[in-house]
Design a protein around this ligand. Structure first.
Ligand code: UD1
Ligand code: MG
Length: 456
C-alpha cells in the first residue's frame, strides 16, 4: 500500500429524474446499500483517507444518509449544475488542504472496483498528472472519446463535440479520474465552458495537462465496472452484476451454492467455510453464517446470526435479532424474531418464536407460538434448557418455562412452569363409549326428516 495521501471526490449532484423517484438517484440501493455508499466504500478500500461528497441543491437527504455510510465525509453543495469540473471545484476547500492523489468518482457508478482505482493511483505515483479510467462499451454513443496521438492521451472529446471520425473511436471515458493533487486546481481553474453543452467539463483537464507538458495516461476498466445508473432497469442490471460477483466470491471463499444464480446476498453478508446454501435463499442486511451451517431452500434471513453447523429451513424466516447457536435447528415454516435458539435446540415446524430464549437442547413442537404482543407492548418468553413444548401450544408472555419442563400439547400457558414439572394448559379429554354412533344416527334422522318435509 502506498503512503501517498488521497482524497476521493464523489460527484452526486445528478438530478436522476429518469429514476422517477422521490428519492435522490444515488440513494437507490444495490445489495441493500445506497449506490453512493458503495462508491465511498470502494474509495476507502483503494486508500482514500478522506472523502468529499458533492451534492446538488437540496442534497440534504444524501447528506443525512452519508452520516451513516461515511460519517467522516465532508459534504459540499454544488448550487448550480454547471458541469463535472465545476462540481469537483465545489470541493475546492478540501483539495486546497493538499493531497498527493485525488480520485474523482461518480455517485451513480457503483460497481467500480478498488483494484481499478489503485491501478490509477499507481500511475500517479509513477509521475502522471492525470489518469483517465477508460473502457470499451458495446455502444460508445453518448460517452466522451479518448483521443490519442503518438501514444499519448491528448484529449477527451464529449460525444456532442466529436467530429465524425472521432465518433468512431471505441475507447471511451468512464468518467472516473485520478488527478495529481498538486496539479488539480491549476488545471481545473483553466477549464472553460465553450462546448456544445455550455458546461465546465472535467474532461478538459486532459488537453490542458497535455499542452502543459504534463503526463496524461489512460487505464482500462471492464464495461461492467463502470456502468452508470440512470434508470431502474440499469439499477437492476447493476444489482445482477453485483450479485454475480458476490456469489462467486462466496464460493471461492468456501461456501457451496447449489444454484448460485438464485441466492441473493446483502452488501454485508458474512458467510463461513463449508456452508451449504440451497436454491432460492435471500440474505437481507446483517446476516452472519458460521462455518458448516446449512441454509435450506427458500429461506429469508435478515439481521441474523447462524451458528456453526446450525440448520435453517427450508422455508424459514429469520428476522432481526434471531441468534442461532451451534447446531440449532429452525425448520420449515418457522419464523424467529429477536430470539436466541441455544445450542442444539430445535424449532422444527410451523412455529413463531419472538422475543424469547430457547435453552440448549429444548424441543419446540409443531405449531408452537410465543404470544409476545398484546397490541401495545412486547413481552419475553424464557424456555429453559432441555424443555419440551408439546405441539400447538401457545406460550403467553411474559412467561418462563423451567429447564427440563414438559408442556402438554395444545396448551395455553399463562403461568410459570417450574423446572422439571409437567404442565397441562387445556381441558382434559372425556370419552363416552358408543355415544359417537348415537350422535350420528340422531343427525341422520334429523336431516332425513327435513328433506321429507321440503318435498311435501
Ligand atoms: C461524463 C463524462 C464523459 C463520460 C461519461 C461516462 C464529462 C464532461 N463527461 O458524461 O466523458 O464518458 O460521464 O458516464 O465529465 N455531475 C455533477 N454536477 C454537474 C454535472 C455532473 O455532480 O454539474 C455528476 C453527475 O451527477 C454524474 C456525473 O457527474 O454523477 C457525470 O455527469 P453526467 O452529466 O452524467 O455526465 P455525462 O454526460 O454522462
Ligand atoms: Mg452520465
Amino acid at each position: 500500500m502506498t503512503s501517498r495521501t488521497c482524497l476521493s471526490i464523489i460527484l452526486a449532484a445528478g438530478e436522476g429524474t429518469r429514476m422517477k423517484s422521490a428519492m435522490p438517484k444515488v440513494l437507490h440501493k444495490i445489495a441493500g446499500l445506497a449506490m453512493v455508499a458503495h462508491v465511498a466504500t470502494t474509495a476507502e478500500a483503494a486508500g482514500a483517507g478522506d472523502i468529499a461528497l458533492v451534492v446538488g441543491h437540496g442534497g440534504d437527504e444524501v447528506k443525512k444518509a452519508a452520516e451513516g455510510f461515511a460519517p467522516k465525509a465532508e459534504v459540499f453543495e454544488q448550487k448550480a449544475r454547471l458541469g463535472t469540473a465545476h462540481a469537483v471545484l465545489a470541493a475546492r476547500h478540501a483539495i486546497e488542504r493538499g493531497y498527493d492523489d485525488l480520485l474523482v468518482m461518480f455517485g451513480d457508478t457503483p460497481l467500480i472496483e478498488a483494484e481499478s482505482l489503485a491501478a490509477a493511483r499507481a500511475k500517479l505515483a509513477e509521475g502522471a498528472a492525470v489518469v483517465v479510467i477508460g473502457f470499451r462499451p458495446p455502444n460508445p454513443a453518448g460517452y466522451g472519446r479518448l483521443i490519442e496521438k503518438d501514444g499519448r492521451l491528448v484529449a477527451i472529446r464529449e460525444d456532442k463535440d466529436c467530429s465524425d471520425d472521432e465518433r468512431k473511436i471505441g475507447f471511451c471515458n468512464a468518467g472516473l479520474m485520478a488527478v495529481s493533487g498538486s496539479q488539480a486546481l491549476k488545471l481545473l481553474d483553466q477549464v472553460g465552458n465553450a462546448n456544445a453543452k455550455g458546461e465546465f467539463y472535467l474532461t478538459d483537464i486532459v488537453e490542458l495537462a497535455d499542452r502543459a507538458g504534463l503526463k496524461v495516461v489512460a487505464t482500462e476498466a471492464a464495461f461492467e465496472s463502470v456502468l452508470g445508473i440512470n434508470n431502474r432497469a440499469e439499477l437492476a442490471e447493476a444489482e445482477a452484476i453485483w450479485q454475480k460477483r458476490r456469489r462467486r466470491q462466496a464460493m471461492l471463499d468456501g461456501a457451496t451454492l447449489i444454484a448460485p444464480e438464485t441466492v441473493y446476498f446483502s452488501h454485508d453478508t458474512e458467510i463461513g467455510t463449508d456452508v451449504l446454501v440451497e436454491p432460492n435463499v435471500w440474505f437481507g442486511p446483517g446476516v452472519k453464517v458460521a462455518a458448516s451451517a446449512t441454509i435450506h431452500a427458500f429461506s429469508h434471513l435478515e439481521g441474523t446470526k447462524v451458528g456453526p453447523r446450525a440448520e435453517v429451513g427450508p422455508f424459514a424466516r429469520l428476522r432481526p435479532g434471531a441468534d442461532l447457536h451451534e447446531k440449532a435447528k429452525v425448520g420449515n415454516f418457522c419464523e424467529v424474531k429477536k430470539a436466541t435458539i441455544e445450542k442444539g435446540a430445535k424449532v422444527n415446524h410451523l412455529t413463531y418464536i419472538g422475543d424469547a430464549r430457547v435453552g440448549a437442547g429444548a424441543n419446540i413442537g409443531a405449531g408452537t407460538i410465543t404470544c409476545n404482543y398484546d397490541g401495545y407492548s412486547k413481552f419475553f418468553t424464557d424456555i429453559g434448557e432441555g424443555a419440551f413444548i408439546g405441539s400447538n401450544s401457545s406460550l403467553v408472555a411474559p412467561i418462563a418455562i423451567g429447564a427440563g419442563a414438559y408442556v402438554a400439547s395444545g396448551s395455553v400457558i399463562t403461568d410459570e412452569v417450574p423446572a422439571d414439572s409437567l404442565a397441562f394448559g387445556r381441558a382434559r379429554q372425556k370419552t363416552l363409549p358408543g355415544k359417537g354412533k348415537q350422535l350420528r344416527e340422531r343427525f341422520a334422522d334429523a336431516a332425513a326428516a327435513k328433506k321429507k318435509s321440503a318435498a311435501e
